[in-house]
Design a protein around this ligand. Structure first.
Ligand code: ADP
Ligand code: TYD
Length: 423
């Protein structure tokens, strides 16, 4: 680790917050009856103190700019602050720095109330030792004072860095004699960072990671599978999970089985095609295993090695449920032909289970049935029972979730499981 004390700016450094800020600035212009400037001008509101920006771009005097800031906050405090997300890859970076014992702080020119609310909402408050912003009354934020406040009592300037996207951040770091690390993926340009004395510049979160943790590869990501009977609602929950994790700064790869890469998708077309009704159970099981072998090697393992979170709609458990038990091929056969999947065992499996009548209705509502969905009831009874048995045999990995509830209620359980696994 190159620095053991690292302060971060918030907007444009940790979070991609432009939409909420620029829309709230546009709202203030509208309310004041001043023509809303073009997007390139609105973008300049991200980062610097708002009063200064309103004076510069709305042609207001200080009293007018303070009024504009109040109007801005009308929208920002209700809607704008949520129009935000951590940059992809930022969560694993913060987690890795924290795990190595770094002191991490946030020094933002935003009211501290909002900084804390955002950090809590997007789940990154847990990584920070200090969270510092301005007070609601103090409209002229002095970045040097904010940095001083965010620093620990004792620190070694040679091992301390300020990471930010604008000239204000670089200038404040220089004043305090700590390293000025610029991020060019935020709202300032590389030129702005160079001109304001950045010691180092990262063009992406991956570059920032390489700079803060030189020579240290990414930690393995996490593999989460979504299982259950056809129509249980797992695809709906997986989409919500992907959005939730992305907002919180994780790089997410969403995939499905059979499929997930071109060759495996081609196998999917064959295995689900109703023209092949009556396909032998062995052929069916081998096709699922063949698609999986390719998917594991081409998609799942590379993504996990890059520290990404892989979400997969069905995986090996489906082969145990549908082919080993549903088709009665037996577990041993499925284990043998799925050896490639051993290299990628799920860290967590969410099994959505509920009343068969409810899931079957949802399945039928989806339109025409594929070859598997057209099976008889006794087949699905065996599949349901198999999922129950798999969950009972591996309670540490498989979490059973009641799917006979509203989408929001189910997602509360999914979210809790994600938080427990990833933090
Ligand atoms: P699966 O992936 O298990 O086949 P989907 O997520 O595609 O299931 O959901 C099947 C259908 O049921 C979709 O039309 C979806 O909008 C609907 N659905 C999903 N979850 C629920 C729920 N909890 N309550 C009511 N309808 C739901
Ligand atoms: P899909 O349309 O993805 O169904 P769902 O939305 O219900 O997941 O089709 C996948 C079908 O393939 C599904 O009926 C379950 C079946 N399947 C198996 O039989 N074995 C397997 O190993 C996998 C991955 C899926």
């Amino acid at each position: 680790m190159k620095y053991d004390t690292i302060l971060f700016d918030l907007d444009g450094t940790l979070t991609e917050s432009g939409a909420g800020i620029t829309r709230s600035a546009a709202y203030a212009f509208e309310k004041l009856g001043i023509p809303v400037p073009e997007q390139a001008i609105l973008d300049r509101f991200v980062g610097p103190p708002l009063v200064a920006s309103f004076m510069e771009y709305a042609g207001l005097d200080e009293a007018g700019a303070i009024r504009a800031t109040e109007l801005y906050r009308e929208r920002y405090s209700t809607i704008g602050w949520r129009e935000n997300r951590l940059y992809p890859g930022m969560a694993p970076l913060l987690k890795a720095l924290k795990a190595r014992g770094a002191y991490l702080g946030i020094a933002s020119a935003k009211p501290e109330l909002f900084v804390r609310r955002i950090a809590e909402h997007f789940g990154f408050d847990q990584y920070f030792d200090a969270i510092v912003g301005i007070t609601m009354e103090n409209t002229n934020a002095d970045k040097v004072a904010l940095l001083r406040q965010a620093l620990p009592g004792a620190y070694d300037p040679a091992r301390t860095a300020m990471v930010g996207d604008r000239k204000f951040d670089m200038a404040a770091a220089k004043k305090l004699n700590v390293a000025a690390v610029g991020v060019a993926f935020g709202y300032g340009s590389r030129e702005e960072l160079e001109e304001s004395g950045a010691d180092e510049i990262a063009d992406s979160v991956a570059e920032l990671r390489a700079l803060l943790l030189p020579g240290e590869p990414a930690e393995r990501g996490a593999f989460i599978t979504f299982e259950g009977a056809d129509g249980c609602g797992k695809s709906t929950q997986m989409k919500l999970a992907a959005d939730y994790l992305s907002e919180r700064g994780w790089e997410v790869v969403s995939s499905r089985e059979p499929g997930g890469c071109p060759s495996a998708e081609a196998i999917r077309d064959v295995v689900l095609d109703v023209r092949f009704k009556g396909m032998s159970p062995e052929c069916e099981a081998l096709l699922y295993a063949a698609a999986r072998a390719e998917h594991v090697r081409r998609v799942i393992l590379p993504a996990l090695e890059e520290g990404k979170i892989v979400l997969c709609d069905r995986y090996l458990d489906s082969s145990y449920a549908y082919q080993a038990r549903g088709r009665e091929l037996g577990d041993d056969f499925i284990r043998q032909i799925n050896r490639a999947a051993l290299a990628a065992a799920p860290d967590r499996t969410l099994l959505f289970a509920g009343d068969r009548g409810v899931t079957a209705r949802r399945m039928r509502a989806g339109g025409s049935l594929d070859r598997i969905e057209s099976e008889r009831d006794d087949f699905f009874d065996r599949v349901d029972r198999a999922f129950e048995e798999l969950a009972a045999a591996e309670p540490g990995r498989i979490l059973k979730i009641d799917s006979d509830r509203s989408i929001e209620e189910i997602f509360a359980d999914v979210r809790a499981a994600l938080d427990a696994l990833i933090g």
